[in-house]
Design a protein around this ligand. Structure first.
Ligand code: PLP
Length: 439
């Protein structure tokens, strides 16, 4: 049972704290009093260092879309490790993974690789600035785009710092963000067409890009409306602004990514997570016209993009194996399982009188402490209430104690390693967890 002060995880946590602030290299993996440490994974299950087994509904924040030990990925990695880990020369695998991405994402004609989703967003922003010669970047309120300070502006704002609804402020996430950087961020309210267009109109001559995650995890996977995306697309086209979709997470929305599902195409797309099959990766893709900025064969350097590990063959071969295993039929099965999970959780929440919701789309689910869907950041924040973190801490613990690993903000993402029996088992375990939570 978590917490257990005698556990091996608790001892490792104490040991880690001496040499690692926060006792690991991430943020909010499990709630206090200690971090749970992993031993191994198998299929859709993870065993921790104390021998507790969990059905893994985090899947390393989505990267492990085939769970653990998926044979095509394991074999591809082993074979590549014997050939070479990495080399200054590119490999055919880099071309093959590019071809798969180009075939699937309708807004992508060409691709460049990075080492993470954060880096993909950074490079997309840099490209937009190089293309337009302008500097400001518009993003939606509360949007998460990775770990760098410009896009951390207005990530998790609160009523104390979020400013007027139609003209949101750009508060920093943590300490140390220069005001000059925050001044480059224009924050627009998610899904509010008129207010967003009015704000963009004021800034249009300075705007290099509008970046949006069209199905944001931090909003419980409430998608941007068709009207909103169409309005952004039109405004960007008319004003020579680069429209960037951040599909690092929501790229798993279907065979043709989020853009294929939602039917609006950006100029540049940031990808990551599933396209690396569990190894570090990111990518920037886009139209031929937008991607021409990277083409340094064509003349003098327009922008620099490189990196010691970009396009490294280990990530490339793992990504190829992962993507080949994701056929349209496999996506359909993942989606059906996601729907069963959400339906089953909602039934149980209702049965225990919980004012909660299992929101989501495709294989992406978010547990929320309100029952009507929220489709913008402020609504989500206000309905979650002041007790949100406290309640999430309890729910997370109750789920862990029934052998269910979910993210500390209530996210649950599926994997192809899950059978229908695993979904049933999850629901049976969640029933006990929700009952405990309801008391
Ligand atoms: N963008 C979105 C929408 C994400 O969800 C994430 C990661 O969760 C990132 C960017 C950053 O990707 P990475 O963690 O690979 O740097």
């Amino acid at each position: 049972m978590f917490p257990d002060s005698q556990s091996r995880s608790a001892a490792l946590f104490d040991r880690a704290r001496a040499v690692q602030p926060g006792a690991n290299t991430r943020h909010m993996i499990t709630f206090a009093p200690y971090v749970i440490y992993a031993e191994r994974g198998n299929g859709c299950r993870v065993t921790d260092v104390d021998g507790n087994v969990y059905i893994d509904w985090v899947n390393n924040f989505s990267t492990n879309i085939h769970g653990y030990g998926y044979p095509p990925i394991v074999e591809a990695i082993k074979a590549q490790a014997e050939r070479m880990l990495c080399c200054i020369l590119p490999t055919e695998a880099e071309i093959a993974l590019s071809e798969i991405i180009v075939e699937r994402w309708p807004g992508i004609d060409q691709v460049r690789f990075t080492n993470s989703g954060t880096e993909a967003v950074m490079v997309a922003v840099k490209a937009a600035r190089a293309i337009t010669g302008r500097s400001k970047i518009a993003k939606t309120e509360g949007g998460y785009h990775g770990q760098f300070d410009l896009v951390e502006a207005s990530f998790l704002p609160t009523p104390a710092n979020w400013g007027p609804e139609d003209r949101p402020a750009a508060p920093p996430l943590g300490h140390g963000t220069p005001q000059s950087l925050l001044d480059e961020a224009v924050i627009v309210p998610f899904n509010a067409v008129d207010a967003t267009l009015a704000r963009l109109e004021e800034e249009k001559d300075a705007l290099a890009a509008v970046i949006i995650d069209p199905i944001p995890a931090r909003l419980g996977f409430a998608p941007a409306s068709q009207a909103y995306l169409t309005a952004l697309r039109r405004f960007c086209t008319e004003n020579g602004i680069v429209l960037i979709f951040d599909e690092v997470f929501c790229g798993r929305a279907g065979y043709h990514g989020a853009q294929g599902r939602l039917g609006v195409l950006p100029d540049l797309t940031a990808l990551g997570k599933i396209i690396g099959g569990g190894l570090p990766i990111g990518a920037v893709g886009g139209t031929k016209e937008a991607m021409a900025i990277f083409d340094n064969l064509a003349g003098p350097l327009k922008m620099s993009h490189s990196g010691t590990f970009t396009g490294n063959p280990m990530s490339m071969v793992a990504g190829i194996a992962a993507m080949r295993g994701l056929t349209p039929e496999v996506f359909a099965r993942l989606e059906a399982q996601g729907e069963s999970l959400r339906r089953g959780l909602m039934e149980r929440m209702a049965a225990f009188g919980l004012d909660m919701r299992a929101n989501g789309l495709a294989s992406m689910t978010s547990l929320q402490f309100f029952s009507e869907p929220a489709d913008n950041y402020r609504e989500f924040h206000n309905r979650s209430g002041d007790a949100y973190l406290d309640r999430m801490r309890r729910l997370h613990r109750d789920m862990l104690n029934e052998g269910l690993l979910m993210a500390t903000r209530g996210l649950m993402v599926g994997s192809t390693a899950m059978t229908d029996a695993d979904i049933d088992e999850t629901l049976a375990r969640a029933e006990i967890a929700l009952q405990a939570f309801a008391q």
